[in-house]
Structures are given as C-alpha cells and as structure tokens.
Design a protein around this ligand. Structure first.
Ligand SMILES: [Zn+2]
Ligand SMILES: [Zn+2]
Length: 309
C-alpha cells in the first residue's frame, strides 16, 4: 500500500483508468499532443537558457530569492543552501524536476551526461539515474519503500524520493539528507506505468539519456554503425567476447587481422567478429568513458550496515 489518503488513491485510480480505456488512436493522439507541447516548452527553455535566464521564473539563472522557489535553484545560484531543495521539491513535480535537469544536461552534450541505464544501477529501483552539467551532478533515487513511504518512520512515511547533489565532485546534498515528497501527479504516473506496463513508457522528450541511445531496438544499428572518428570521446563501449568452438582455436593472427580491418573500415570489431570461423561471439554494449557514472545510493550512505541476513 502507498501511504496516501483514500481521496488521493481514488484520483490515482481514475487517472490510470483513463489510460486503460484509451484505444490506440486516442493514445497516439495524446502522445503527439504532449510532444508538440513539450517541443514548444523546450524551445522556450533553450532560448532563455542561452541568455542566462530561466524560462520558468523569468529571472537570471544566477539569481536566488527565497520568495521564488524555482527549478533553476538546482544550478546552484549564490545563496542556495542545501535545505532549500525541499522548497524546490514542494513546488515542482518530480517529473518536472527530472525533465528540467535532463534538458540542462543536454545543453552541454547529447545524452552522455544522463546515465539512466538500468544495467549500470544497483537494480530494482523505480528511479535511479545520474545527471551531470559542467561541475554539477545530481543523482535521483527511489526504491520501493521510498515510494510507499517508510512504514515505521516519523518523518518519511509518505511517498518520496532521494536526491544527491555534488559540486566539483564534492558532496553538497546527500541522498539521506531529505525525503522529497512526490506529488499526487507523480504517484499517478508511476502507478500508470506499473499497472499498464505495455501501454505506458516514461519519456523525456529532448531530455534523452543513454537508455534512449542504448537499448534493444538500437543495438544492431549501434554495432553496425560506422565510427565517425577515431579520436575524441566515446559515448558507447563495445565489449566483444570471441570464444573458439570446442576443439578449435583462434590464432593471434586472425585476431590481429580482425582488429586491423575494423580500424581500416572504421567499423566496430563486434560487427566483424562473425567472420572468424568456428567461434561464437558475444557483444556487450554499454556506456563508454564519456558517459557520467551513476552514483549509487547504497547502505554505506546510511551509516553502518548490520551484517545479519
Ligand atoms: Zn527560475
Ligand atoms: Zn526513503
């Protein structure tokens, strides 16, 4: 059970029911409507951002006033203290907050500043990702018990998430400093996805991260893509495992030729690996060295962990 009032539960049930009743055409129309609306909002965001202004409060990004809680506070204007994060979370939905950070991150580099790959996380969480912009890094985390509300807690028995913020690689806000409240709209969106997994996907248009770049539908294209340049950054890493069939061996010469050919033709080794006879090939595609690392929220952040299990 999620620890919310019966009235809120009803609102959430109604919200999910509306999706459930939608046919494909209606769902598509709604999707297109959201994309168009988001596109307009994003254009507004970029225009203001490039001028150093905030498109939400219409004040400079470097400005701070306790009178005007705003998402741009996350960019650490002078005067912003960590306790102020609670005000930000109370004024903005979690999805809005995440979307904002994703947009900011993509102003510096496409997708590589957003590590939302589930295989890089600690696993089993509703939310787990790290977002970076220049010297700022934010990590968002929500596990099952956070989402329901910590049952026996006095100050965290409501649906919430945790946020870590680093400045120049140093801690500024720790995961366990605050329990940031989800709005009812947030909870409804999580519930819709949970109850209608085939119908609902959470997307962040223009806030695309590594999970949009690397996923089942992109794998083949990634492996077969030509490399644009050898130097410079790498957003994607390929680990290719070539195993000789039993009773056969692969010569060093064969491997050398494979590497040379990949270099010459500017293709991945993975795309050529099947040319080696009598061998099986496994390719693991993951985030490359350019991608921000996920900052895990682990038990060590909560002080000493008991060893009983
Ligand atoms: Zn603002
Ligand atoms: Zn919690």
């Amino acid at each position: 059970m999620i620890n919310i009032s019966a009235g809120d539960q009803q609102r959430i049930d109604d919200y999910v029911a509306r999706f459930e009743q939608m046919n494909d055409a209606e769902a598509r129309a709604r999707h297109e409507e959201i994309i168009a609306k988001t596109e307009a909002e994003y254009a507004e965001f970029v225009r203001a951002f490039n001028e150093g202004d905030c498109y939400l409060c219409h004040h400079p990004i470097a400005s701070f006033s306790t009178q005007r809680p705003c998402l741009h506070w996350l960019l650490k204007p002078k005067g912003f203290k960590k306790k102020h994060i609670v005000e930000v979370a109370n004024h903005y939905d979690f999805f809005q907050l995440q979307s904002y950070l994703r947009w900011v991150a993509n102003q510096q580099a496409f997708a590589t500043n957003i590590n939302d790959l589930s295989e890089e996380g600690t696993g089993g969480k509703l939310v787990e990702l790290t977002i970076r912009y220049k010297n700022l890094e934010w990590s968002l985390s929500c596990g099952e018990t956070d989402f329901r509300g910590h049952e026996h807690s006095q100050n965290a028995n409501f649906p919430h998430y945790h946020l870590q913020m680093r400045l120049d690689g140093r801690p500024f806000i720790d995961f366990n400093d605050y329990h940031l409240r989800f709005s009812i709209q947030d909870i409804a969106r999580f519930e819709a996805k949970r109850r209608l997994p085939d119908k609902i996907r959470h997307q962040f248009p223009f806030g695309w991260g590594m999970s949009d770049v690397i996923n089942e539908s992109t794998l083949e294209a990634l492996i077969n893509a030509k490399k644009e340049n050898d130097d410079g950054g790498e957003a994607i890493s390929f680990d290719t495992l070539i195993v000789a069939d039993e009773g056969t061996t692969i010569s060093g010469e064969q491997l050398y030729e494979l590497f040379e050919k990949a270099k010459r033709e500017k293709v991945t080794i993975a795309s050529l690996a099947s040319e080696i006879p009598n061998a099986s090939v496994q390719v693991a595609v993951g985030a490359g060295p350019d991608v921000v690392e996920q900052a895990p929220r682990t038990a060590q952040n909560r002080g000493k962990k008991s060893t009983d299990s």
